[in-house]
Write a protein that binds this ligand. Sequence first.
Ligand SMILES: CC(C)(COP(=O)(O)OP(=O)(O)OC[C@H]1O[C@@H](n2cnc3c(N)ncnc32)[C@H](O)[C@@H]1OP(=O)(O)O)[C@@H](O)C(=O)NCCC(=O)NCCS
Length: 326
Amino acid sequence: MFGELIAGLRKNPKTIVFTEGTDARILEASSRLLTSNFLTPLLVGSEEDIMKASEDSGFNIRGAKIVDPARYERFDEMVDMFCELRKSKGVTPEDARKMLSKSNYFGTMLVKMGEADCLLGGATYSTADTVRPALQLIKTKPGNNIVSSCFILVRERATGDNEVIAMADCAINISPCEDELVEIATEAAACAKKFGIDPKIAFLSYSTFGSGKGEDVDKMRNACAKAKEVIKDYPVEGEIQFDAAVSPRVARTKCPESILQGHANTFIFPDINAGNIGYKIAQRLGGFSAYGPILLGLNAPVNDLSRGCNPEEVYSMAIVTAALAD
Ligand SMILES: CC(C)(COP(=O)(O)OP(=O)(O)OC[C@H]1O[C@@H](n2cnc3c(N)ncnc32)[C@H](O)[C@@H]1OP(=O)(O)O)[C@@H](O)C(=O)NCCC(=O)NCCS
């Protein structure tokens, strides 16, 4: 998967903002990116602090862009744009200057102003502090009502090729309603496609085609019916249990009329509890590498790292993030 993503970026190189410019893991990933020519790191922070951190950690970041909020020449323009974007909240220039002194808001505005194509944060910021500026400033794409997320999970098969699946929403929306689930499925399928998956979408539940009863079952069944009205390019099925969605043998027993026949690869969970637990089981017990959360529905790619991330994860998430930029 990464070979194809890098080949695409080589044809169309990008710039990525890292909000935590002095973090050693960010510096290591940046130095690795700089040895190739497909993705330029833009490190937010004071030049002095970043250069000292790179010397201390021993990573060469020559060629990286460094932008210091305190010395940024377009700062006044940024403040005006920030106030305009947040005018419904009555944000004053003084409020804006204060918020833009923080690298999460500042870095997000660099993407908004076209100084970079995408952003990766969260090495030290919490998920909410990385995602919130994107929700408020980058905002949802026209036609979308929510930002959601998916994970791309990759596992090597014995045959040497990769098994690639998508799971959503495992990280943002706590209890999506039916219409939100439709939007999550639409966006997750489009994202899955970009990572080489031919989407086959399953709306997961503890029930298969009415075998169980309850509000949550109804929610997934209704959401699936609505999704079928709008998703015309890919097969969509539900409500369905995970085993019937992934095992042809179980599908033959539980739902012989199934169109997916146990070959689902894009999984829509009823809520964040199920989704977050589900992807972690695939990762920790199923041997899948997990890439994400990949935010869906924003006007430009912004992604969140886990605070426990390592340099390899920063490097791969940077490539995943940049691959999603226009
Ligand atoms: C996304 C999330 C981080 C936002 O948290 P938050 O900033 O505290 O949320 P708020 O309700 O204060 O919303 C902040 C802004 O984002 C907007 N927003 C919140 N959720 C949104 C969504 N899913 N899509 C689009 N906009 C959203 C709000 O409308 C609000 O905009 P405003 O400031 O213009 O009014 C929150 O949904 C969350 O905590 N999700 C779970 C994250 C998590 O713990 N994941 C598990 C580990 S990965």
